[in-house]
Design a protein around this ligand. Structure first.
Ligand code: PSU
Ligand code: MN
Length: 302
């Protein structure tokens, strides 16, 4: 686990943790690399507000000048949304960003690591990384999946985008021993769409039961993460077939331009946004806010 001396915990977050009040971690890659300015700031602050209004303490996590911030001020959110040279930080990037005192936006993996070190066991985001299409040849599998295998944090998301190999991602999570809970639906959701064609292996219909499952997992000493997949609201979804055509095009351009490694996911996200003329961005914002609401309900049931 990351040593606490590398953490800078915002006073109100530290107080909430000390008092045993519910706290939810939030990531910063979505701010620095996932959405354009100013929607990124607006969304980050709106997500914090949904959580706060539900009586839960939000803690957005990012690295500023080599310190891991657990909880950001509004100015720091604005900084993460506009600063140049913000690295995308997953597990392998921590030593560089800490030793060189750089700025870093944490991915799902990076955020889970910092949350666990701070004593936060629940994290809300939009989508996780996963097994990429063609991973059999490229070996492109997000470090988010390894983190879900090893780190004791539950992650609420809207499933994963079909820029990924969704069946492959679910197989990987099964092998890794990660419970994947679908909230109130029979299919695992595909981020923009409520359906992915993959049946939900475990469906639970109340946030109380989800909280019970998470609590029981850790009470029983079963280490590792939990993935809670919360489908996008019906009125905000973009049909799977429509998104699939867009994603095929984005993948083709990614390939043609020779994009590799950690640049792939941000490239695909921004291409999808351009190809849907911003519709994907609106859907993305709506589903993150919905995840914040459900995450806060889970936290209030701990
Ligand atoms: N998927 C999304 N939106 C995102 C990401 C993924 O729909 O913003 C971000 C998350 O921070 C995730 C990261 O952890 O991309 C995964 O990147 P990679 O595939 O390089 O591991
Ligand atoms: Mn990758």
């Amino acid at each position: 686990m990351i040593d606490k001396k590398y953490l800078d915990i915002k006073p109100e977050v530290a107080e909430a943790l000390k008092a045993g009040k519910p706290v939810i971690a939030l990531e910063s890659t979505i701010i620095s690399h996932g959405m354009p300015y100013p929607k990124n700031v607006e969304t980050a602050l709106a997500v914090e507000k949904v959580i706060r209004d539900a009586g839960v303490m939000p803690a957005t996590i990012a690295i500023i000048n080599g310190m891991i911030k657990i909880g950001l001020t509004e100015e720091e959110v604005e900084y993460m949304a506009t600063a140049k040279n913000v690295l995308k930080v997953s597990r392998r990037d921590y030593p560089l960003v800490l030793s060189q005192k750089l700025d870093g936006a944490t991915t799902v993996a990076g955020t889970m690591m910092a949350a666990e070190a701070a004593g936060i066991n629940l994290f809300v985001t939009g989508g996780i990384g996963g097994v990429h299409r063609g991973a059999g040849e490229t070996h492109d599998i997000s470090a988010d999946l390894e983190e879900l295998k090893n780190t004791n944090v539950a992650v609420v998301c809207a499933g994963c985008k079909s820029i990924l190999d969704i069946p492959g991602t679910l197989e990987y999570l099964e092998t890794s021993g990660v419970p994947v809970i679908t909230y109130g639906a029979d299919e695992f959701p595909a981020f923009f769409s409520r359906e992915s064609g993959k049946p939900a292996d475990c469906r639970l219909d109340s946030t109380k039961e989800i909280a019970e499952l998470i609590k029981t997992k850790y009470d029983a000493g079963l280490n590792g993460g939990v993935l809670v997949a919360n489908p996008i609201p019906v009125e905000d979804e973009i049909p799977f077939e429509k998104m699939d055509a867009v994603i095929q095009q984005a993948l083709k351009e990614c390939d043609e331009q020779g994009i590799t490694g950690k640049r792939i996911t941000p490239f695909l996200l921004s291409k999808v946004k351009d190809l849907t003329e911003g519709k994907s961005l609106e859907a993305n914002i709506k589903l993150v806010l919905n995840n914040a609401k459900v995450g806060a309900e889970i936290a209030n049931n701990f």
